[in-house]
Design a protein around this ligand. Structure first.
Ligand code: HEM
Length: 224
């Protein structure tokens, strides 16, 4: 049964919004984190740079002190690794847009009113912008890239409003996982994945993980 509040949303709209947020906010970030771990596990040089960056932040903190906005700004390489993960395995693989006027693109006319399906994983594989596009190379994002070539969060007026929040939660989670834990993916985890429609590793994400003994390594869980 649907109830309308005096000045508010109907129950159905509230349910619809909650369902949307669970997929748009939770599943997307879970997918990013899953594939970030996978790519770092398979690219030890990149992982070494992430660990070094996070250890430097951890060393600057007093025992028990929380991360600050300034700390997040120092995590540039870690965020480049997350963007590179979103480039290779975008959680949202396509989006529909409507042409608000006639558009000519590459000799083709897209008439006003037509719907266009943009495919993130094709746009983000352009070798003219991302040489050797299938290679995991976070350093690509250390220099500016042309607008609308990285579209994991969409683009334009309806671009994902959660992108900054994603950055915060991803960087905070990565900080603790690399400074407080030793981890390694199980050898059975290969690179394959399927989409339902979010990408999910075909053989799961089995991980060997152990807390680092902070009594011997300091509060941040790392050697000073
Ligand atoms: C890795 C994480 C995420 C990815 C890859 C992602 C991707 C996207 C994409 C592709 C769109 C459509 C954009 C367009 O049409 O141009 C979108 C829309 C949206 N996202 Fe995200 N998202 C992520 C995280 C989040 C989070 C954490 C939140 C909320 C806390 C969120 C809330 C939304 C909302 C409300 C919309 C609809 C915006 C609108 O239609 O105006 N997303 N997201």
């Amino acid at each position: 049964m649907t109830h309308m509040l005096a000045e508010g949303l109907a129950d159905e709209e509230i349910i619809d919004n909650v369902m949307f947020m669970m997929v748009a906010a939770h599943d997307t970030t879970a997918s990013l984190f899953t594939f970030l771990l996978r790519h770092l596990d398979g690219n030890r040089d990149a992982y070494g740079r992430v660990v070094a960056e996070q250890q430097e932040v951890a060393r600057s903190k007093a025992p028990g002190e929380a991360l600050s906005w300034d700390d997040l700004a120092k995590m540039k390489y870690t965020w480049s690794a997350a963007m590179e993960t979103l480039r290779l395995v975008p959680p949202v693989f396509s989006m529909l847009k409507r042409a608000v006027e006639d558009v000519e693109f590459d000799g083709h006319l897209i008439p006003k009113g037509w719907q266009v399906l943009g495919a993130m994983n094709l746009t983000q594989q352009d070798p003219a912008i991302f040489p050797e596009p299938s290679r995991f190379e976070p350093a690509r994002f250390e220099s500016p890239i042309p607008p609308y070539s990285f579209v994991a969060f969409g683009g334009g007026a309806r671009m994902c409003p959660g992108n900054e929040f994603t950055r915060v939660e991803t960087l905070v989670a990565m900080h603790y996982i690399v400074t407080r834990f030793e981890w390694k993916l199980d050898e059975g985890c290969d690179g394959s994945f399927s989409r339902y429609p979010m990408p999910s590793p075909a053989r799961g994400l089995l991980i060997d993980i152990e807390p680092i003994d902070t009594t011997t390594t300091g509060a941040a869980g790392i050697s000073k």
